[in-house]
Design a binder for this molecule. Structure first.
Ligand SMILES: *[C@@H]1O[C@H](CO)[C@@H](O)[C@H](O)[C@H]1NC(C)=O
Ligand SMILES: *[C@@H]1O[C@H](CO)[C@@H](O)[C@H](O)[C@H]1NC(C)=O
Ligand SMILES: *[C@@H]1O[C@H](CO)[C@@H](O)[C@H](O)[C@H]1NC(C)=O
Ligand SMILES: *[C@@H]1O[C@H](CO)[C@@H](O)[C@H](O)[C@H]1NC(C)=O
Ligand SMILES: *[C@@H]1O[C@H](CO)[C@@H](O)[C@H](O)[C@H]1NC(C)=O
Ligand SMILES: *[C@@H]1O[C@H](CO)[C@@H](O)[C@H](O)[C@H]1NC(C)=O
Ligand SMILES: *[C@@H]1O[C@H](CO)[C@@H](O)[C@H](O)[C@H]1NC(C)=O
Ligand SMILES: *[C@@H]1O[C@H](CO)[C@@H](O)[C@H](O)[C@H]1NC(C)=O
Ligand SMILES: *[C@@H]1O[C@H](CO)[C@@H](O)[C@H](O)[C@H]1NC(C)=O
Ligand SMILES: *[C@@H]1O[C@H](CO)[C@@H](O)[C@H](O)[C@H]1NC(C)=O
Ligand SMILES: *[C@@H]1O[C@H](CO)[C@@H](O)[C@H](O)[C@H]1NC(C)=O
Length: 575
């Protein structure tokens, strides 16, 4: 019965999408990323980058892989997900370097990608990547549909974080059982429900061709009104669930979900869900409701990051986009002021971020792991806002600032390293990915095997530290781990560069050997070897078992140590 059901789903999936090209797009050998292209639009190197960024998601797939799977070293996996609750919860994506599936950050990534593909979607078309975009989105959304089996039930995590973190190995021996964690009417989660509603609504807009204005390139060509309508229904139900149930952050109902991705609040998710829905339903009252949330939850004057947890900086921009497209909803003027107050703070200073010496936008505490994520999200927001900017000077400055962050991420940095795996010979060789590493000895992650078994093409890694140093060490998850939400802003940025950037991504100017390992060792949540100065350096070895945690001197057992490494605190620990 279950198998038949699965077969049906897989076949349905394969038939429903924009036809995949034959032969399929495959990432090129990284050495070709050091050869400048002849330029033009679409620039073949930007197109190739966009393709690789999507390819990464295919490597992260969970469940039964279709015959069209391009990642030959991946296998079908976690085929019992949902059995504990008598549902089929197979599919979806592993969130980062290991094997848990997390709805809250997945929803944020999917919302971001659909929003980007609405504004800059013709970039996917030009690069011939729209079929893969459709495939990626459906692999996400079809799973979110399964995770939402009734109006007031949403599964927010699959698999126990600690259990999964204690496992380092391939996709064939993932520890079971994998528990399914839900929110419902008695144990609600406003943020998770509204976050999923926002993803469904944003993607419904994309699939229905509901564009904001002609200032943007227009959506990727994957329209399907049946699918758009189905997505909208889930969005409405989840929004009703979020607003009618008791209001609470989801980790209060599901403490397990707070280990990896604790939410800091739900006002931003309520507002962004209401906004995407207002556009989907052409509803002035939902737009006004979003305005009410914006003031009720005091979302003005926020100067922090945009990420899987915090959608606040995106709100004034979306308010403005909708007001520009339909002035009867609201007056764009105040939203312009709100948006520019935030974006000016980034570009001209005054926000919470500052520039590292090498030029990376860096937020104290938030950037301490996955430093590229806040910077790339800021670049994405700047570019989206550009057409609405109040002055020509801002248009120019915002564009240049965003370009600077993208250039930095793609190799114009003190390490001469493009932080996308497989893009160039200087790209990271050791992403913290259990499945790509080929290793299965958790006590010897760095050296077993000496070379990562598979190239995780297209993965944006966490990024350098505040001194612009990057240690390409597999166990150093704050710097080397990939995640589905890290790739999201880079996808939108790459799609935008495909549209009109004739010059190559920066890395084609970097020849093999440009990256030199920095002296010493890292000092971060995974490694303390570098904290006491160079004399403590272990020359690439890590002292296993004994780690001085930031809370004091604590000696962990091996598995406990790993649990600690894997616990990403207030940031993004789910992997
Ligand atoms: C539109 O999407 C629906 C739902 O996934 C699918 O059944 C249908 O085949 C799609 N139509 C086209 C023309 O792709
Ligand atoms: C990429 O090309 C280089 C140089 O031709 C070769 O040494 C290397 O094995 C290739 N890598 C992969 C993953 O095919
Ligand atoms: C998981 O590990 C964390 C940190 O070690 C601990 O606080 C928590 O209780 C553990 N959760 C479960 C379900 O074992
Ligand atoms: C997939 O299965 C093959 C064959 O058993 C194995 O060699 C490979 O390592 C597996 N892939 C992963 C990611 O574990
Ligand atoms: C509702 O969710 C809570 C928290 O996840 C769970 O303990 C409870 O069993 C769920 N209720 C039902 C009826 O499934
Ligand atoms: C490139 O395209 C983007 C998106 O359409 C647009 O905002 C930007 O102004 C364009 N830049 C140039 C130099 O044409
Ligand atoms: C589920 O939600 C939809 C739309 O909000 C509503 O029409 C339907 O009656 C609800 N179903 C149940 C069983 O409550
Ligand atoms: C949205 O609603 C307004 C009336 O409130 C109407 O004039 C307009 O045509 C509608 N737009 C769409 C796209 O349906
Ligand atoms: C509202 O937010 C601002 C900036 O984020 C903060 O300074 C202020 O204290 C907050 N006010 C309330 C009432 O929470
Ligand atoms: C929008 O608001 C601004 C400033 O509050 C005001 O000057 C302008 O007249 C308003 N526009 C409309 C169409 O109401
Ligand atoms: C795993 O690595 C540790 C540390 O290098 C080593 O002592 C142990 O023998 C390895 N285990 C296996 C099964 O190879």
């Amino acid at each position: 019965m279950r198998n038949l059901f699965l077969l049906f789903l897989v076949c349905g999936h394969a038939l429903a999408q924009v036809p995949l090209p034959l032969p399929p797009f495959m990432p090129q050998n990284a050495s070709l990323g050091a050869i400048p292209s002849t330029g033009g639009v679409p620039n073949p190197q930007w197109s190739s980058l966009l393709g690789n960024l999507l390819f990464f998601y295919e490597a992260q797939r969970s469940g039964k892989l279709p015959s069209t799977n391009r990642v030959k070293w991946r296998n079908s996996s976690a085929l019992s997900d949902g059995q504990d609750v008598k549902l089929d919860l197979t599919g979806g994506y592993y969130d980062a370097g290991d094997y848990i599936k997390c709805t809250f950050p997945l929803s944020a990534a999917v919302m971001s990608i659909c929003w980007g593909a609405t504004d800059f979607g013709k970039g996917y078309d030009l690069a011939n990547q729209t079929p893969y975009l459709d495939d990626m989105l459906r692999w996400s959304l079809d799973w979110l549909v399964k995770a939402h089996p009734s109006n007031d039930t949403l599964f927010v995590q699959i698999a126990d974080t600690n259990l999964t973190n204690a496992y380092w190995g391939g996709d064939q021996n993932i520890p079971e059982p994998r528990a399914s964690y839900q929110i419902n009417n008695t144990s609600p989660g406003t943020d998770a429900a509204a976050g999923a509603a926002a993803a469904f609504a944003a993607c419904s807009n994309l699939y229905a061709n509901r564009v904001f204005s002609s200032s943007y390139s227009g959506p990727a060509t994957l329209q399907n009104s049946t699918y758009a309508a189905a997505l909208l229904e889930h969005a409405q139900q989840l929004y009703n669930f979020a607003t009618s149930a008791r209001k609470v952050v989801y980790q209060q109902s599901v403490p397990e979900a707070g280990v990896a991705y604790p939410s800091s609040g739900y006002g931003d998710e309520l507002a962004i869900a209401a906004l995407f829905l207002s556009w989907a339903q052409n509803s002035t009252s939902l737009y006004q409701q979003a305005q009410t949330y914006y003031s009720q939850y005091n979302l003005s004057d926020y100067q922090g990051v945009f990420n899987w947890d915090s959608k606040t900086p995106g709100l004034p921009i979306l308010f403005a986009q909708i007001a520009q497209a339909n002035p009867s909803f609201g007056n764009i003027t105040n939203w312009r002021t709100e948006a520019e107050s935030y974006l000016d703070g980034i570009v001209y200073g005054g926000g919470e971020g500052y520039s590292t010496r090498g030029g990376l936008l860096y937020y104290p505490s938030d950037s301490e792991d996955a430093s590229l994520n806040p910077a790339l999200n800021a670049a994405m927001l700047l570019n989206r806002y550009l057409p609405l900017a109040s002055t020509e000077k801002r248009k120019q400055d915002y564009y240049n600032y965003a370009k600077g962050q993208v250039d930095y991420a793609l190799g114009k940095n003190p390490m001469s390293m493009p932080y996308v795996v497989g893009a160039n010979p200087n790209s990271p060789q050791n992403p913290h990915s259990a499945m790509a590493s080929g290793g299965n000895n958790i006590s010897d992650i760095n050296n077993s095997p000496p070379q990562e078994a598979y190239v995780l093409y297209g993965a944006v890694v966490g990024g350098p530290d505040k001194y612009d140093r990057f240690f390409d060490i597999r166990a150093d998850w704050p710097e080397t781990e990939p995640a589905i939400d890290y790739n999201a802003p880079m996808l939108t940025l790459a799609a935008m560069h495909v549209l009109n950037d004739t010059s190559d991504p920066f890395y084609t100017s970097l020849q093999a050997g440009a990256y030199q390992k920095p002296a010493g060792m890292p000092c971060d949540a995974a490694y303390t070897d570098g904290c006491g100065g160079p004399q403590l350096s272990k020359g690439g070895q890590i002292a296993m078992g004994v780690v001085i945690g930031f809370a004091g001197v604590v000696i962990f057992s091996l598995v406990g140590w790993w649990g600690w490494l894997s616990w990403r605190g207030d940031y993004d620990p789910c992997y």
